[in-house]
Structures are given as structure tokens and as C-alpha cells.
Design a binder for this molecule. Structure first.
Ligand SMILES: Nc1nc2c(ncn2[C@@H]2O[C@H](COP(=O)(O)OP(=O)(O)OP(=O)(O)O)[C@@H](O)[C@H]2O)c(=O)[nH]1
Ligand SMILES: [Mg+2]
Ligand SMILES: [Zn+2]
Length: 312
């Protein structure tokens, strides 16, 4: 076998499952000097990477090259920590799995991932799941959020994954794309993948009764080929996403709705916090920008710190 291109489906310690263009799946190690190249990230090769494979001995495969990533999604190792891990790369579409209850997803969580998607121009959709469990109050909350995000331009879907008919309507959104499903533990990411790929049997876990939280069933990302074309990445439940290489001055440009106003701020360097003549703050006060989105913006602005952790 000569050199062959492939795509990384799974990373397990020092071993990587790679799908070759001829459809074969092989387990590979990493060429020694490649491992050292990028020591700033905890994981040199990630799910979604396009790689070159060499068969160095019969049945022994080595990754010799990693193609430049067109994008990647990162998570924080711990809340507020400066340690990041790449979850997956080369994504076409992100689905944020949101639940109002069991567990409760905060808007700030949604907005962090949307910001990264925006920075890389990755298409983003929101799936509000578990409507079968929603109280009247939960429904009102879902409706309000749905209105906010729809108005900004993010397609929103409201479903119960227990209802096959509703899930069928989601299926077509995945065809021929590399999609990533992300969300807190227990929101139903693996459940959705079990619908999309019959027979895959991803482990799903009941929600803890005491805390209404997920139990971290999925522990590492895996990219799964879809029967009708395309791939989907199942990810572990995440506490907090990292922001990809975004400076404070850029940040507001990744809140789509702020772009309508930010050029009208009095100062070019306006960060929209307390500057006079800030058109963004005025739009918030007039109800043209959702308060929750502005709060997410402020929390990202103040939590990221001046010295950005940069990855490339
Ligand atoms: N009532 C209800 N339960 C659901 C729905 N969707 C998923 N569940 C249940 O929620 C629990 C968690 O689902 P998972 O698919 O394991 O969640 P996950 O997002 O993959 O969680 P992690 O792998 O821990 O990140 C399971 O018991 C599912 O059966 C839904 O629409 N309604
Ligand atoms: Mg899971
Ligand atoms: Zn401003």
C-alpha cells in the first residue's frame, strides 16, 4: 500500500481509527516527529482530521501527515481553566442540543459555542429537546429562547427524541455534511445519533433523579459515517466551550445581531461595556438585542482575560 488519505474517526490514547478513501477502517499510530510538532494542544491528532497513512509493515499503519484544519471546536478542561482540548475539526455544521430541563442549559453555554461557529463560519442549528418533559413554564422559556435565536438567524428545532416522527424531520439536515452534535451531558446527543444511524447502539444514560443532570455516558468524541452520506460527531457532555483565537475587539462581531449596530458606536475601539455613544448598548436598552445575549457577550469579554490562549 502506498500513502493513502483518510479521515480520523476516533482517537484512543496513542491509537487512531482512520477511515481510508477505499472504505477500509484501520488503526494507526502517529509518526514520532509528528507527535512533537504541536505540543501546545493536549491532542495532536483529533477526530475529523484529514491525514495521510502509510503502511510501514503488513497491517501496521502510521499517520505521517495531518492536513491543515479548516476549523476546530475546543473545550475547556475545567471551568475557567486555561487548558484547552480540541474536540473535533473540519466541521460543516454544529447542532447545539439544548434542554430547558433535565438538565437545564444556560444561554451562556449556547452563546459560547455559537461564537466559535460564527468565527469559523460554521453553520449552526439549535435543537430544543425533551419537550415531552416541559412544564408550562419550561415551554414559555423554550419559546422565548427560540424566538431570540430564530430572529438572530439560527434555525431552531423543537422536538422530543421519543417521537420518531419529529426526529425524521431532522434527518435530512445531516445528509452529506460533517455535523457535530454538542451540548451538556444528558441532553440527548447519543440518543439522536442512535436514530440517525440504525444499529450503532451508542450508550445513553438516564438522568440522575437528584440533580436532573446527565451522567457523562459518552466519554470521548467519535465520528460516525451516516448511511445516507456524511458524518456525525458524537461528543461528550461539555461544561464549557473555549473560544477559538478571538480577541476582545473581535468578539462582538461574532454576535451576529450586534453587527447591525457596532459600526455606529462613537468610538472605533468600543467594547460596548460603558463607553459613551455606544450603539450596541442602546440597542440592548431598546430591546433590539436580547439582554441574555448581551450578558453572554460581557461574560465572555471579562472571562477570557487579556492574554488569549492561542491555537493554530
Ligand atoms: N423524556 C425524554 N428523554 C430523552 C429525550 N431524549 C433523550 N432522552 C433521554 O435522556 C437521557 C440522556 O440521553 P443521552 O443520549 O445519553 O444524552 P447525551 O447528550 O448523549 O449525554 P452524554 O453522553 O452524557 O453527554 C437518556 O436516558 C435518554 O433516553 C427526550 O426527548 N425526552
Ligand atoms: Mg452521549
Ligand atoms: Zn459600542
Amino acid at each position: 500500500m502506498a500513502m493513502q488519505p483518510g479521515i480520523v474517526l476516533k482517537s484512543l490514547g496513542q491509537l487512531y481509527d482512520v477511515l481510508l478513501t477505499n472504505g477500509d477502517k484501520v488503526t494507526c499510530t502517529l509518526k514520532g516527529n509528528l507527535r512533537m510538532k504541536d505540543i501546545s494542544t493536549t491532542n495532536p491528532v483529533v477526530v475529523g482530521d484529514t491525514v495521510t497513512i502509510d503502511e510501514v509493515a503488513p497491517g501496521e499503519y502510521v499517520i505521517t501527515e495531518i492536513a491543515t484544519r479548516k476549523n476546530y471546536i475546543i473545550r475547556r478542561s475545567k471551568k475557567l481553566s486555561k487548558q484547552f482540548q480540541i474536540i473535533a475539526s473540519n466541521i460543516d455544521r454544529v447542532f447545539v442540543m439544548v434542554t430547558i430541563t433535565h438538565p437545564k442549559t444556560q444561554n451562556s453555554f449556547i452563546d459560547r459555542i455559537l461564537t466559535t461557529a460564527e468565527a469559523y463560519q460554521i453553520d449552526a442549528h439549535l435543537i430544543f429537546n425533551k419537550i415531552d418533559l416541559y412544564s408550562e413554564k419550561n415551554k414559555a422559556d423554550a419559546e422565548e429562547r427560540l424566538t431570540t435565536y430564530t430572529q438572530i438567524g439560527y434555525p431552531c428545532h423543537i422536538v422530543s427524541l421519543l417521537d420518531n416522527q419529529q426526529v425524521d424531520s431532522l434527518k435530512k439536515l445531516f445528509i452529506d455534511k460533517v455535523s457535530l452534535i454538542c451540548g451538556m451531558s444528558g441532553t440527548g446527543k447519543s440518543t439522536l445519533i442512535n436514530y440517525l444511524v440504525p444499529g450503532i447502539n451508542r450508550k445513553t444514560g438516564a438522568i440522575s433523579k437528584a440533580h436532573k443532570k446527565g451522567t457523562h455516558m459518552t466519554t470521548f468524541s467519535e465520528m460516525i459515517p451516516l448511511p445516507e452520506g456524511g458524518f456525525v460527531v458524537d461528543t461528550p457532555g461539555i461544561q464549557e466551550f473555549g473560544l477559538a483565537d478571538i480577541s476582545k475587539y473581535e468578539l462582538s462581531q461574532y454576535f451576529r445581531e450586534m453587527n447591525l449596530y457596532r459600526n455606529q458606536c462613537k468610538f472605533n475601539s468600543c467594547l460596548h461595556t460603558n463607553e459613551p455613544g455606544c450603539a450596541v448598548m442602546e440597542a440592548v436598552n431598546e430591546g433590539k438585542i436580547a439582554v441574555s445575549r448581551y450578558e453572554s457577550y460581557l461574560s465572555m469579554l471579562f472571562n477570557e482575560g487579556e492574554e488569549e490562549v492561542r491555537y493554530d
